[in-house]
Design a protein around this ligand. Structure first.
Ligand SMILES: [Zn+2]
Length: 354
């Protein structure tokens, strides 16, 4: 069996700390970048535009070629914008939530330029991964782009974002427990080949945060751990060359909920609930998942959302068809039955779902 050489890209700029948005210019300069464009998500320029723009303009070797308020992930609108940026651009900076990061990431990719990811909330590992979610033919579609060249996360900004984004980030990171387990399950069934290093990294990313002592989830050390963990998860996917280390059965259930529901919850919220359910089905580290999601307040938060057990039942049934070539626990009928039974019998799931 031949093995292709797989080139791995990891971020060159990796800055996660408090009050660092104003250092943007020096980070870019240090990385050898000189002519940038900046894309802001909706409402982001009003909040952080001034700090970022003046930081870039303050560096004599840097030129801010253009700024945009543009976070349109529809491919028909995104492509013309990608090919109308100034020809001298040598880096694309995206500031804001998931939409603008995906937009900027793809514009950078189409121009073969480095992308600097500046998330203002870290509700999933999108800010640190090569994939983006675009609208193609009216449907949300996962598209491969490139790893961010830089990741700059101001923890003061993350701390002040609505709590739901932190819970969602925690839900996305805890999912590595069920995702990696599914990956091994697939290997046992000769459907996939586990990349050992990527699996190790994905496991480390979640283990460091679930074992970490903290008193409040908005503590800076805890938030830094979350951001670092989500970044490691993004890098694990890059190493594997696919999303398996970061996305298993629990992600398929979340994708199914996105299809079923008019108003789905945040990705990591759905994924976190599905991770708990699947850790019970897999009988793998369910106590650890339960403790983490209880202690952080994730379950209490979910209980306020009026999520329906019935939607999860439907999602379990259609989840295998979302990725028919995979072989997660949910692709086995017996496990689907078990999962649906747990929705009706597990006390925590009964409490948080309605
Ligand atoms: Zn995810």
């Amino acid at each position: 069996m031949g093995t292709a050489i797989h080139r791995i890209e990891i971020p060159t700029i990796m800055e996660v700390n408090t009050g660092i948005l104003g250092n943007m210019g020096s980070y870019l300069e240090r990385a050898g970048i000189s002519r940038v464009i900046v894309l802001f998500g909706e409402g982001i320029r009003e909040l952080f535009g001034e700090t970022i723009i003046s930081s870039i303009k303050s560096r004599t070797s840097l030129t801010l070629l253009e700024t945009y308020d543009f976070d349109d992930i529809t491919i028909e609108n995104l492509v013309p914008r990608a090919f109308s940026i100034p020809s001298k651009t040598d880096a694309v900076v995206g500031v804001g939530g998931g939409k603008v990061l995906d937009t900027a990431k793809y514009i950078a990719f189409l121009n073969n330029l480095p992308f600097i990811s500046v998330p203002t909330s870290t509700s999933n590992d999108g800010f640190s991964s090569s994939g983006c979610s675009l609208i193609i033919n009216g449907k949300r579609t996962s598209v491969h782009a490139a790893m961010p060249f830089g990741i700059i996360v101001d923890l003061d900004v993350i701390k002040n974002a609505p709590a739901k984004f932190i819970y969602s980030g925690l839900g996305d990171i805890v999912s590595k427990i069920s995702a990696v387990y599914d990956w091994y399950f697939e290997e046992q069934n000769n459907v996939s080949k586990v990349d050992d290093f990527a699996a190790m990294l994905a496991k480390k990313s979640v283990n460091s945060i679930v074992r970490m002592p903290y008193t409040n989830i908005t503590e800076l050390f805890f938030l830094k751990e979350m951001v670092d963990s989500l970044t490691m998860s993004g890098v694990a996917m890059e190493i594997a060359g696919n999303s398996s280390p970061a996305s298993g059965i629990e992600h398929l259930i979340s994708h199914a909920l996105d299809k079923i529901l008019d108003k789905p919850q945040l990705h990591g919220i759905q994924v976190g609930v599905a991770t708990y359910l699947m850790s019970l089905v897999q009988q793998h580290r369910a106590e650890r998942v339960e403790k983490f999601l209880s202690d952080t307040g994730f379950f209490d938060y979910v209980a306020t959302l009026n999520m329906q057990a019935e939607a999860f039942e439907k999602a379990i049934d259609i989840a295998p068809s979302i990725k028919p070539n995979r072989c997660t626990y949910i692709h086995v009928e017996e496990n689907r039955t078990k999962a649906k039974e747990l929705l009706r019998s597990n006390p925590i799931l009964q409490k948080i779902l309605h």
